[in-house]
Design a protein around this ligand. Sequence first.
Ligand SMILES: Cc1cc2nc3c(=O)[nH]c(=O)nc-3n(C[C@H](O)[C@H](O)[C@H](O)COP(=O)(O)OP(=O)(O)OC[C@H]3O[C@@H](n4cnc5c(N)ncnc54)[C@H](O)[C@@H]3O)c2cc1C
Length: 510
Amino acid sequence: MHTDARDLEPGSLIEGDLCIVGAGAAGISMALEWIGAGRRVLLLEGGGFDYDPHMQDLYRGDNIGLPYYPIQSARLHFFGGTTGHWAGFCSTMDPLDFAVRDWVPHSGWPIARTELDPYYKRALSVVQIGPDEWTAEAWQRRDPSLVPFPLDRNVAWTKMWQFSAPARFGVLYRKPIVDAPDVHLYTHANVVEIISNENASAVQELRVRTLEGKEHRVRAKRFVLACCTIQNARLLLASNGQASAGLGNANDLVGRYFMEHLEMPSGNLVTLGRTPPSVQMYDWGWGRTKARGEIALSQEVQRRRRILNATVSLSPAALSDPPQSTFQQINPQLIEMFHTGKLSDDVLKTPPPSAVPRTFQLMTRQEQAPNPASRVTLSTERDALGMPRTRLDWRLTELDRSSFAAFYEELGCEFGRAGVGRLQMRDWVMQPPNAGWPPSLSGGWHHMGTTRMSPDPKQGVVDVNCRVHGIANLYVAGAAVFPTAGCVNPTFSLVALTLRLSDYLKHSSA
Ligand SMILES: Cc1cc2nc3c(=O)[nH]c(=O)nc-3n(C[C@H](O)[C@H](O)[C@H](O)COP(=O)(O)OP(=O)(O)OC[C@H]3O[C@@H](n4cnc5c(N)ncnc54)[C@H](O)[C@@H]3O)c2cc1C
């Protein structure tokens, strides 16, 4: 069922069993799970079915930290959310990503990677990838032309990625959701406040507002916030009627630990030998490649070098190619074109290079160490709905910077030993400690943290079941709950976590 909240009588009361706020990757993944479950499920989406610049402007905010993308360009505010322009890169997080690492402050998930395994399997069909094969050997068996580099597994390994078409959730799942008798989608239903009981121990109702100024109330037994990392934090912080610092924020943690992936061109590889090594396994063509290998360091080396997790991709390049920051290349207008998900035919038809390239640009994707000072707060400015806008203070630490150098020292030695080639590093990678960031600093469009998971309310906003500490019926879905970021793009993992939350909600009583 679908209702446009602009068509309701002002002051309408909407009631259900479960209320999901936000219809993006997380919200839609959860709603699909409840079709036919015999409960009345409400899915509240702030936007409509299409891009609208007035709606998108609600996301505008200030960047007061390191250079970053304009906030309103980094997420999409309509049905389907940011899957309207995601690239579809998927991989699984590693077991070490979930562990407490004594060299990474605030690391450690309260669950192990094995807890996510069954949900990763279920998430394959949601993001439209598969099969459930994540080793280089399995992909080589399917296609013998995919030959991994002969690396010593104790040092480095080939980590596999799969590429979704990419799945545009707003297009793919609109009909199943609108046709479902027990899932009621409300579009143009922006939640502007979560209202709790007097001691802020349970949510009573949500206040919804349309851009035209109509207000409605929403009541349910349980509520799931799936508005994306920055907006989840904003909504909790702005809901300060019963808790002056915002809901779930008794320990001043909401909005903290904002994380990105550092996606930066960091060096070049020049392959060796009369016959260059086979690189097909590492090759990637938009819309053509189903799976690709990238290179990562073993857990043992990460432990010994006391560094963050990272993975590196290879793309044909010249040694003289300058490194570029995506922050500076991207403007809001350009990003707004991405929402259609349409690529020009020229891009899809670009022929593969005729000669086997010898030089490759190395693009690193490194996790960011969790950092309480890297945070989202509220601005004094308000948007068209009267909500305080966001203020993003993205900050990095010396561990984030120094991990690059150690990563490449290890990789360089192993590539040399294995006869793959020689590495040439960007100057900034090898600079001494505290040298700061180069102008090519870039992030991956991946927002994580802000409502991190921990069994201890003094260390995290949500518990192991993604329930906001201290609030009986409020949950968070999405990468906002990640305690650490891993080094792979987040959507496949956040969908898996959402399916886990959905199971928990089905099997626990309201
Ligand atoms: C250019 C780009 C490329 C990317 N590529 C990849 C990739 O290759 N691989 C990958 O894993 N990830 C990628 N991502 C990240 C990916 O898009 C996000 O991880 C994912 O969409 C987050 O899902 P979400 O449901 O948390 O948020 P979203 O998908 O952003 O959905 C949030 C939803 O909540 C709604 N909403 C917000 N506030 C409110 C409110 N107050 N009331 C009601 N509704 C509200 C929004 O309208 C939206 O529909 C990319 C992102 C960008 C920008």
